[in-house]
Write a protein that binds this ligand. Structure first.
Ligand code: ZN
Length: 232
């Protein structure tokens, strides 16, 4: 099941994120986890994220793991169950859109969720040292970084210093089968696939995927619906 999900098929893993482009409806309200137990398998981690996104969409957040006992427990260590590689966009904070709390998610964010050595090293730390079972590459609707890369190519004008580094990472996946806003939107999805593919090709990560101990999935957050759905 997991292998099929990693291959980008529509095989269902969990209640939503694993169910392909049209998410199966996640329960709008889910009981918060108890006793500090967190998912330890890729499939369980996907289910928990889907449940959390369902709560967010329904405005029935549980705000888990924010209390005094959670803050005390955090002193002695961390056991995040998912790593989210997302964009810097202020409208897509992973802990909010997945309704998770202290110690639940490791988040790595860069404009357009592009990779560099620092990002890769951060992800490797989470997966190899903390044994996080799930990495989600999370793109989003109306991504300014992707739009900047598309506009730079169309205009031939180079973006300002350092922003050009971001644009250069996205440029190879610009979708030329569309024009205008549709091109930006298609490129957002293509960029998620591209980054996911790069991560999946990392030997240390690939070994854990092959062993069934890690899933690396691509997803998009839609600002309008607040829904996170898989990118096949
Ligand atoms: Zn963005």
């Amino acid at each position: 099941m997991l292998r099929a999900a990693l291959g980008g098929t529509a095989a269902a893993v969990g209640a939503g994120l694993g169910a392909g482009p049209g998410l199966a409806p996640a329960p709008a309200v889910a009981a918060p986890r108890t006793g500090g137990t967190r998912p330890t398998t890729p499939a369980a981690a996907l289910r928990e994220l889907a449940r959390g996104n369902g709560r967010w969409r329904a405005e029935h957040q549980a705000h888990p793991h924010e209390g005094a006992s959670d803050r005390v427990a955090a002193v002695s260590g961390q056991h995040p169950f998912a790593l989210i590689l997302g964009c810097i966009d202020s409208r897509v904070p992973p802990e909010l859109v997945f309704d998770q709390g202290l110690g639940d998610l490791m988040t790595v964010r860069s404009a357009g969720e592009v990779l560099d050595e620092a990002v890769l090293g951060s992800i490797a730390y989470g997966v190899l040292e903390l044994r996080i079972p799930l990495v989600v590459v999370l793109g989003h609707q109306s991504c300014g970084a992707v739009a900047a890369a598309v506009r730079a190519e169309e205009s031939g004008e180079r973006p300002p210093a350092h922003i050009d580094y971001i644009a250069d990472r996205i440029r190879p996946v610009i979708d030329h089968g569309h024009t205008g806003p549709a091109r930006i939107d298609a490129t957002i999805t293509a960029n998620v696939r591209h980054v996911r593919g790069l991560l999946a090709a990392e030997p240390d990560l690939a070994a854990r995927v092959a062993a069934g101990r890690l899933a690396i999935v691509g997803a998009r957050y839609e600002l309008g619906s607040q829904r996170v759905h898989r990118v096949a």
